[in-house]
Design a binder for this molecule. Structure first.
Ligand SMILES: [Zn+2]
Length: 145
C-alpha cells in the first residue's frame, strides 16, 4: 500500500493518490469478479422452490435441472452480467481519468468534473455490490460504501 502521509503537511502528490486509488480499485474489482464467477458456477442450480427441477416422487426427491420452469438460472446469469457491465463501465472511466491525469499537471484543466462524478457514482455502485459479499474472508472494510 502506498503511504498517504507526507512529512511537510502538503497534500500527497497526485501520482500517489492515483496509484493508491488504482491499487484499491483493482483489488475491489478483482474481488467482485471472483465472487461473480462463483455465483455463475452456481447459477444453473438456483431455482424457485416450486420449480419443476425439484421433483418429488414416491421413492423420494429427484433433481432435474433440465425440467426447470422457473427461469431463475437465466435471471441469475442476467444479474451477474449486469454487474460485469457495471465493472466495465467503471474500468473505462478509471482508465480515461488516469490517462488524462498522466498527460497534464493540472487534471482539472483536461478532465471534466462530470467524468469524476460518473466515476465516483459507479465506484459506489461497485462497492454496494461487493458489500453483499462482506462475509467473505477476502472482503476488506475499506471497500464498504
Ligand atoms: Zn428452475
Amino acid at each position: 500500500m502506498v503511504s498517504m502521509v507526507t512529512s511537510n503537511d502538503q497534500p500527497p502528490p497526485l501520482e500517489w493518490v492515483a496509484a493508491y486509488r488504482a491499487a484499491m480499485v483493482n483489488d475491489l474489482i478483482t474481488f467482485l469478479r471472483a465472487r461473480l464467477g462463483e455465483l455463475e458456477q452456481k447459477a444453473p442450480d438456483v431455482h424457485e422452490g416450486r420449480c419443476a427441477a425439484h421433483h418429488e416422487q414416491d421413492r423420494g426427491y429427484e433433481y432435474h435441472p433440465e425440467w426447470c420452469d422457473c427461469g431463475r438460472p437465466d435471471r441469475e446469469r442476467a444479474h451477474i452480467e449486469a454487474k460485469r457491465r457495471i465493472i466495465e463501465m467503471l474500468t473505462r472511466y478509471e482508465r480515461a481519468i488516469q490517462q488524462g491525469e498522466s498527460e497534464t499537471a493540472r487534471p482539472s484543466d483536461s478532465i471534466p468534473a462530470a467524468m469524476y462524478a460518473a466515476r465516483d457514482g459507479l465506484d459506489q455502485v461497485i462497492r454496494l455490490h461487493a458489500a453483499a459479499h462482506a462475509d467473505h474472508p477476502d472482503y476488506r472494510e475499506e471497500w464498504r460504501p
